[in-house]
Ligand binder design. Structure first.
Ligand code: NAP
Ligand code: ZN
Length: 354
C-alpha cells in the first residue's frame, strides 16, 4: 500500500513529505488509517540522532490513534471501523519469559520499535506514525476504550504508559508521596496518573513559571529545583521520584529528597549523567532505577484506567506541516503539554509536490 508521511533524511535536515509503501497484510496484520499522532521528545532525539542509532530516512511517531481499514485473514480481535491505537512497540518474539510476562519491551530476542527498527520478518526499517497509514500485527494493537477523546488519547500511548508503568511497578497508591522532575509531556502525565492512583504529588520544575499549571493539574505543590532552601526542606519526603529530564543533568540535588528505601526512576535521559554521590544512596538505602515504556497488557490496562478515571493529557493540536516548528518549541520546553498532529492535515498530494 502506498502511503505518505513526513521523514527526515539526516540529523540536520527538517522533516519533509515522504512517500513510501506499507507492507501487504500478513494473516495476523491490522491496517489502519492514522487519525492522530502525538509528538514525543524521543521523536526529536531520533530525528536529530541524539542517541547515535538513527537510520535514515526516519519517520518518527509512536503515539498513534487510528481506525481499522482492513484486517488479515487470521485476525480475530479487530474489525474494520474499530478505533485502535499503537504505541512504541510493533513486534517481539512472543516466546521468551519477558514476552510471556507481558513485558515485550524487554524481549530477550529483541523488541521491534514502531520506528527505526528492523522488521522481524522482512528486515525493513519500520516507519512510525507521522504518516497516513500503518500496518501492525494484531498482538501489538490496542483498543481505544469507548468514550475516550481520540485526539487526546494519542499521547497516552507513550507519555501515558511510560509514566504509568513505574507508578505501578513501585506500587503507588493512596498515601504514596510522588515527585515528578520536569513538567513536560511525560511529566504532566505522571502527575495526572499518580493523582489518579491516589498519591500526593509534587512537581519539581526549574522555575516557578508552571506553578499555576501545577495546581490546575491537581498537584499538591511545585518545588523549584533551583531553590536550595526549599530543596533542603523537602529532604526525605518522597517514596518515588520520576525523572523525565531529556538531557544530561545532575541527580545529586534530588537523591536526598527520597525517604529511606525511596527510588528515583529515570525515564528521560538515555546516556551519561553527571556523577552521582553515593552518600545519600548508602545512608538511606535509596535507589536509582530506570524504566522503559511498558508492555502491551499494561498499556491496555492504562488506557482502561484513563477511560475509567477520565484522565487525558493537555494537548495542542498541530498540522503535519507545523512539525518542524513544533520540534523547535519542544526543544525549548515551550509546549503545554503535548503536541498532537491531526493527520487529516497531511495532504496526500504533498508527496507528489515534494
Ligand atoms: P518534554 O515534553 O520536552 O519534557 C521534558 C521536561 O524536562 C521539560 O518540560 C522541562 O520541564 C524539563 N527540561 C527540559 N530541558 C531541560 C534541561 N535542559 N534541564 C532540566 N530540565 C529540563 O519531553 P517528553 O516528551 O516528556 O520526554 C522526556 C524524556 O523522556 C525524553 O528524553 C524522551 O526521549 C524520554 N522518553 C523515555 C521513555 C522511556 O521509555 N523511558 C519514553 C518516552 C520518552 P521543566 O520546565 O518543568 O523543568
Ligand atoms: Zn515517546
Amino acid at each position: 500500500m502506498k502511503t505518505i508521511g513526513y521523514a527526515t533524511q539526516s540529523a540536520g535536515a527538517p522533516l519533509a513529505p515522504f512517500t513510501f509503501e506499507r507492507r501487504p497484510l500478513r494473516p495476523n496484520d491490522v491496517a489502519m488509517e492514522i487519525l492522530y499522532c502525538g509528538v514525543c521528545h524521543s521523536d526529536l532525539h531520533t530525528a536529530r540522532n541524539d542517541w547515535g542509532w538513527t537510520l535514515y530516512p526516519a519517520v518518527p511517531g509512536h503515539e498513534i490513534v487510528g481506525r481499522v481499514t482492513e484486517v488479515g485473514s487470521a485476525v480475530s480481535r479487530y474489525k474494520v471501523g474499530d478505533a485502535v491505537a499503537v504505541g512504541c512497540l510493533v513486534d517481539s518474539c512472543q516466546e521468551c519469559d519477558h514476552c510471556h510476562h507481558g513485558e515485550e519491551q524487554f524481549c530477550s530476542n529483541g523488541r521491534t520499535d514502531t520506528y527505526n527498527s528492523p522488521d522481524r520478518i522482512s528486515g525493513e526499517i519500520t516507519y512510525g506514525g507521522y504518516s497516513k497509514h500503518l500496518v501492525v500485527r494484531e498482538e501489538f494493537v490496542l483498543r481505544v476504550p469507548e468514550g475516550l477523546d481520540l485526539a487526546k488519547t494519542a499521547p497516552l500511548l507513550c507519555a501515558g504508559i511510560t509514566t504509568y508503568s513505574p507508578l505501578r511497578t513501585w506500587n503507588v497508591g493512596p498515601g504514596s508521596r510522588v515527585g515528578v522532575i520536569g513538567l513536560g509531556g511525560l511529566g504532566h502525565m505522571a502527575v495526572k496518573l499518580a493523582i489518579g492512583l491516589g498519591a500526593e504529588v509534587t512537581i519539581m520544575s526549574r522555575t516557578k513559571d508552571k506553578a499555576a499549571d501545577a495546581l490546575a493539574l491537581g498537584a499538591d505543590r511545585l518545588l523549584v529545583s533551583t531553590d536550595e532552601e526549599a530543596m533542603t526542606k523537602a529532604q526525605s519526603g518522597f517514596d518515588l521520584i520520576i525523572d523525565t529530564v531529556p538531557v544530561k543533568h545532575d541527580l545529586n540535588p534530588y537523591l536526598p529528597l527520597l525517604d529511606v528505601d525511596g527510588t528515583l526512576v529515570l525515564v528521560g535521559q538515555v546516556g551519561p549523567l553527571a556523577e552521582p554521590n553515593t552518600v545519600p544512596l548508602i545512608l538511606g538505602r535509596r535507589r536509582i532505577a530506570g524504566s522503559l515504556i511498558g508492555g502491551i497488557r499494561e498499556t491496555q490496562e492504562m488506557l482502561d484506567f484513563c477511560a475509567r478515571k477520565n484522565i487525558l493529557p493537555e494537548c495542542e493540536m498541530i498540522r503535519m506541516d507545523q512539525i518542524n516548528e513544533a520540534f523547535e518549541r519542544l526543544e525549548h520546553a515551550d509546549v503545554r503539554y503535548r503536541f498532537v498532529i491531526d493527520m487529516a492535515s497531511l495532504d496526500p498530494a504533498a508527496g507528489a509536490r515534494a
